[in-house]
Unconditional design. Structure first.
Length: 237
């Protein structure tokens, strides 16, 4: 068999290409690649574990996810009209997030920011937030108790989707009274022109309030179970 120079070159090229392809494949499988971007325009980012479990979602309003429990997503009855990010536990269930927004409509400004962390398969137990609507402003840190059982997402979704009105308000009131949503326990922050520390008991009843107004008036109030102020302490003089 006659061996030509061109045949040798072809064989060499094929062998070299095969070797390079193998090296690229090994690198792709054996180690992660790193890519640097100066700017990325994107509507939504899903951060997942190697097994596909979602751990973080960053999204605009249009692509913001619904309720995700153990990796299964269902629509949120009351559309989350915000951009931000959601945190998920090791099982792919939502357990906190950061949302924010602001707009002026008919001359009235509305703005909000909310960072929260949830109890396992329950609602938020700690949140840092600020809100503004029509000149009313509130900002602070809140801590809540939640029931020692998983949140019934299906029932909550049906309740949120129910028509607004007295019937819905009454149903929510009964659930709140029964402790189905848990209770607030602490708030520290400001409400309009007052700075405030408010402590509540296990039933969500306000029992101790420390308040300082914008003019410097300071008070400590003790309340009974009915919410009546039973003692007020003010500075001497």
């Amino acid at each position: 068999m006659k061996i030509t120079l061109s045949g040798v070159l072809v064989a060499y090229a094929v062998a070299l290409s095969t070797l390079l392809a193998g090296m690229v494949a090994v690198r792709a499988v054996g180690s992660p690649t790193e890519t640097t971007f100066d700017t990325i325009d994107v509507h939504r980012i899903n951060l997942r574990e190697p097994d596909g479990t979602v751990r973080l979602v960053i999204s605009d309003k249009a692509r913001f996810p619904g309720i995700i429990v153990r990796g299964k997503e269902t629509p949120h009855a009351s559309r989350r009209d915000s951009a931000g990010m959601l945190f998920f536990n090791d099982e792919g269930t939502e357990n906190g997030g950061l949302i924010f927004g602001g707009v002026r409509t008919n001359g009235v400004a509305r703005a909000f920011g909310h960072l929260s962390f949830d109890q396992y398969e329950q609602d938020q137990v700690i949140n840092l937030e600020q809100s503004e609507a029509g000149g009313e402003r509130r900002a602070g840190l809140s801590i809540s108790d939640r029931p020692n059982k998983p949140l019934d997402y299906a029932a909550l979704s049906r309740l949120e989707a129910a028509p607004e009105g007295p019937a819905k308000d009454a149903r929510i009131g009964r659930l709140e009274a029964a402790g189905e949503f848990g209770h607030p326990r602490l708030f520290i922050g400001k409400s309009n022109n007052n700075s405030e520390l408010s402590l509540r008991d296990g039933q969500g009843r306000k029992r101790l309030v420390l308040r300082v107004t914008d003019t410097g008036e300071a008070t400590i109030q003790f309340l009974d179970q009915a919410g009546k102020v039973v003692r007020t302490i003010t500075p001497p003089g």
